[in-house]
Design a protein around this ligand. Structure first.
Ligand SMILES: Nc1nc2c(c(=O)[nH]1)N[C@H]1C(S)=C(S)[C@@H](COP(=O)(O)OP(=O)(O)OC[C@H]3O[C@@H](n4cnc5c(=O)[nH]c(N)nc54)[C@H](O)[C@@H]3O)O[C@H]1N2
Ligand SMILES: Nc1nc2c(c(=O)[nH]1)N[C@H]1C(S)=C(S)[C@@H](COP(=O)(O)OP(=O)(O)OC[C@H]3O[C@@H](n4cnc5c(=O)[nH]c(N)nc54)[C@H](O)[C@@H]3O)O[C@H]1N2
Ligand SMILES: [Mo]
Length: 747
């Protein structure tokens, strides 16, 4: 299940970054860790040097990561399904698949094989632009160098069929038998340092914490954890139906403001928007966002910095900027990409008027009239502290010691049984922090001290306060008590076609039943923890031992991933052969059209593929980074990467200004930005690239004067997202910020 999957990516790593040191091949596809995960890149480079691992970089751009690769393959943006299924086609044609793994631990390979037949090397090469020789080289290298890992990030997910793309990466690893082994795995590198945790605790609109969904069972479970009556929760909503309906996503909330209420999946338009650590220049279709920010009655922006949100809309009032404390000014745990939890100390007290996010949330709960219910589970010193008015803020902050944030984690430990968030107690995390030196860099396992045998970060599932955590998911060569697991048996014992969903005899974690088995009854809702203990006592994994699916029968539109041309496709011929989805009447409360939004003739007047991404000096919307003189010195201004041929065709020289324009989609006029030309062969002649870290200039006009005095960043610039276009993932609603069509003009 995805969590906060619409803008922030999808999934969790099966293995961990240090484990890449065990890999013999590493396919990095749709990710540029040399810029975006530079610390993790060191594990990749160690694998290359020490383990002689072969690195393959698959990207429309020759990135800093590509520069370290043994093989770089350029593909057209938006064609990963065809690329990966093209590889699998070659693997199957040569009999390189892991037959034992497929037979014992997967479901519906037979139908899958028929699907794969559609992606013969000619077809895959035509769609992707990769040569047949390169496809063969990559397939052979992955087959001959096992275990191998596949790593991806936003180049794989920010597409209208991004969910399909991600699933093909997993299918590749299932075919190669690279799952459940050190050095293997499907390793999506997550974005922000705590984003895995945000996903886990239900940051997305489709689930309560722990991936329970938003149905009645989920609400009843959490009502028990929070110790508030279910009826009280129900009474907060207009109806039970609305309570159980996923909300808007961060990718498209603004349509809840702009569209006619009749078109929405709820009765009324949105009237207020509340941002907490999110800057709007990171949002696709920013011209729509601007309009929505002008129309809502109330905007709240809780951030240590003044962001794009404050200056983008043309309005005189109704924007509240609340200064948030940073993570240096507050303690607590963060869950990182490895599923590891890390405890952090507070370094300094919050400076000036800033306050920790938790303090702000508790205050908000108080103003909304449910502080008592909100803090119910908190056992810290401050529980007895009476509601304190704003003016006595200092007293309030002091009354919020580390204790309360520990209580938040304990509540997660109590409730997120589904994924085994049980054993990562504040005490254990703090102890690990003190004993960090005894953990091995390659296995992340402690040797010695009171943490002996524990995995660093107690990665989930961590079933009890004695469990070491599960560093590598789906390993059957170790017992459950040491982190062993089969695949989840979440689909019940049989598939709709009557075939078994439980793994075959011989494929089960050691020291337990040898066959597949269903999940332990009630393990995810039994707050006593007895159900989990019962399973563990018999060497069973509480979530069962099932099969990984090639055929995901319940996934919208595509039970098997299909190559779908981007909404903005440069290939009218392929739009016909590989069509996009039918329009969807309602998805996350807004209409989500596909076919009716796609115009095959666009490519005639907008011939270039526009893709966007990151640079090492900046982060996301980059309000903090553009406020740092050192980082601005390193990367001072917004630019466009352009191939020499494109520059020559447009009579442009390095350092000159140009307009970038994209076709009209939901608005009547094309969008445009004015940026500086950087000529480079990183991109091919069909593609241009924009970093999306700038803001504060809109369609050629500076917004600098709109910042409150003294808060304008050192560097402002056009936002790439002013020109990114309509297009959203069919399942997660992730924005299609990796593929648009555009044209450039000399300014
Ligand atoms: N065109 C294009 N657009 C994209 C992407 C792309 O590849 N291309 N990528 C997308 C992705 S994957 C992401 S994750 C988003 C990222 O975009 P955003 O969600 O906007 O993330 P950031 O800019 O990293 O962080 C947002 C704000 O959090 C504030 N902040 C930092 N610490 C704290 C804190 O402790 N408390 C509070 N309250 N605030 C804090 C920072 O000052 C910053 O202004 O951008 C998305 N947008
Ligand atoms: N310095 C720095 N580090 C960061 C961030 C940051 O802003 N700055 N942001 C953090 C966050 S929130 C995230 S989510 C991660 C994201 O990390 P990455 O995914 O590495 O980030 P991007 O640069 O957006 O995209 C990666 C690559 O995808 C390529 N690409 C574009 N289209 C396609 C395609 O169709 N297929 C393939 N295979 N590749 C394609 C782009 O050319 C780009 O080189 O980084 C995190 N780390
Ligand atoms: Mo992200």
């Amino acid at each position: 299940m995805a969590g906060l999957a619409n803008v922030f990516g999808y999934g969790a790593m099966t293995n961990h970054q240090n484990d890449i040191r065990n890999s013999r091949s590493i396919m990095i596809i749709g990710m540029n860790p040399a810029e975006n995960h530079p610390i993790s890149m060191q594990h990749i480079l160690t694998a290359k040097e020490v383990n002689r691992a072969l690195i393959i970089s698959v990207d429309p751009r020759f990135t800093k990561t590509s520069a370290f690769a043994n093989k770089y393959v350029r593909i057209r943006s938006g064609t990963d399904v065809a690329f990966v299924y093209g590889l699998i086609n070659i693997i199957l044609a040569n009999g390189w698949e892991d037959k034992k793994f497929i037979a014992e631990r997967t479901y519906d390979f037979e139908t899958f094989r028929n699907e794969i037949a559609k992606y013969d090397p000619d077809t895959a090469s035509d769609i992707t632009g990769a040569s047949k020789e390169d496809l063969l080289w990559v397939a052979r290298t992955l087959a001959e160098n096992r275990p191998g890992t596949v790593i991806w990030a936003m180049g794989g997910t920010q597409h209208n069929h991004g969910t399909g793309v991600v699933r093909t990466y997993c299918h590749l690893q299932m075919v190669l038998g690279n799952m459940g082994v050190p050095g293997g795995g499907t390793d999506v590198f997550r974005g922000h340092d705590g984003i895995q945790g945000v996903t886990d605790v239900g940051g997305g609109p489709e689930t309560l914490p722990g991936y329970y969904g938003v149905g009645e069972t989920a609400w009843k479970h959490w009502a028990k954890v929070w110790d508030v009556p279910y009826e009280w929760l129900l009474a907060r909503f207009k109806s039970k139906a609305m309570m159980e309906k996923p909300g808007f996503t961060v990718a498209r909330w603004y349509e809840g403001v702009l569209l006619d209420a009749k078109e929405l999946g709820q009765e009324a338009n949105l009237k207020a928007v509340f941002f907490m650590g999110h800057s709007t220049n990171s949002m696709q279709q920013m011209d729509r966002v601007k309009k929505a920010l002008e129309k809502v009655e109330l905007i709240v922006d809780i951030d240590p910095f003044v962001t794009n949100t404050a200056v983008l809309p043309d309005r005189k009032d109704g924007i509240y900027l609340l200064p948030a404390a940073t993570n240096y000014e507050a303690a607590g745990s963060a869950t990182n990409t490895n599923r590891d939890l890390q405890w952090r100390q507070k370094i300094v007290d919050p400076v000036y008027e800033s306050r920790p996010d938790l303090t702000i949330m508790v205050d908000l709960a108080e103003r909304l009239g449910f502080k008592k219910q909100f803090i119910h589970n908190m056992k810290g010193d401050w529980k007895g502290v009476p509601a304190t008015p704003m003016s006595e803020k200092d007293k309030y902050v002091k009354a919020l010691p580390e204790q309360t944030i520990e209580d938040v984690l304990r509540e997660i430990n109590m409730g997120c049984l589904s994924i085994g968030y049980v054993g990562q107690t504040p005490e254990r995390l703090k102890r690990q922090q003190e004993w960090g030196h005894v953990f091995d860099i390659k296995t992340k396992k402690a040797v010695g001290g009171p943490v002996d045998g524990e995995q660093w970060g107690l990665p989930w599932p961590c079933w009890t306060d004695k469990h070491p955590g599960s560093a590598i998911l789906y390993r059957t060569d170790i017992p459950v008590a040491q982190g062993g697991a089969g695949f989840r048996a979440v689909w019940g014992p049989t598939a709709p076609d009557g075939k078994t969903m439980l793994s075959a005899d011989g494929s089960a974690p050691k020291d337990g039943p040898t066959k597949g088995y269903p999940a332990q009854k009630d393990y995810a809702v039994d707050l006593t923890g007895e159900s989990i203990k019962l399973a563990l006592a018999e060497g069973r994994n509480p979530y069962g031992n099932g099969r990984a699916r090639f055929n995901s029968w319940n996934i919208a539109a595509d039970p098997f991933p299909i190559h779908r041309e981007p909404i903005h496709s440069p290939r009218p011929d392929l739009i016909v052969k590989w069509p996009t989805y039918d329009d969807v009447k309602e998805h996350y409360r807004v209409p989500q059209p596909y076919k009716s939004m796609q115009k095959p003739e666009w490519v005639k007047s907008f011939p270039l593929i526009l893709t966007t991404g990151r640079v090492v000096e900046m982060e996301g919307g980059s309000a903090p980074q553009r406020t740092s003189s050192w980082l601005v010195e390193l990367n001072p201004e917004m630019y466009i990467e352009m191939h020499p041929k494109v520059a020559a065709d447009h009579n442009l020289r390095h350092g000159e200004m140009c307009w970038v324009e994209t076709p009209e989609d939901m608005d009547a006029k094309p969008s445009r930005i004015k940026v500086k030309v950087k000529i480079t062969k990183r991109v091919g002649p069909d593609t241009v690239f924009l970093p999306f870290h700038w803001g504060g200039v809109f369609e050629g006009n500076s917004l600098a004067h709109k910042f409150p005095e003294g808060t304008a960043p050192f560097s402002i610039g056009e936002s790439a997202n002013t020109v990114t276009t309509y297009g959203y993932d069919r399942v997660t609603q992730m924005q299609e910020t990796k593929t648009s069509l555009c044209r450039v003009k000399k300014a």
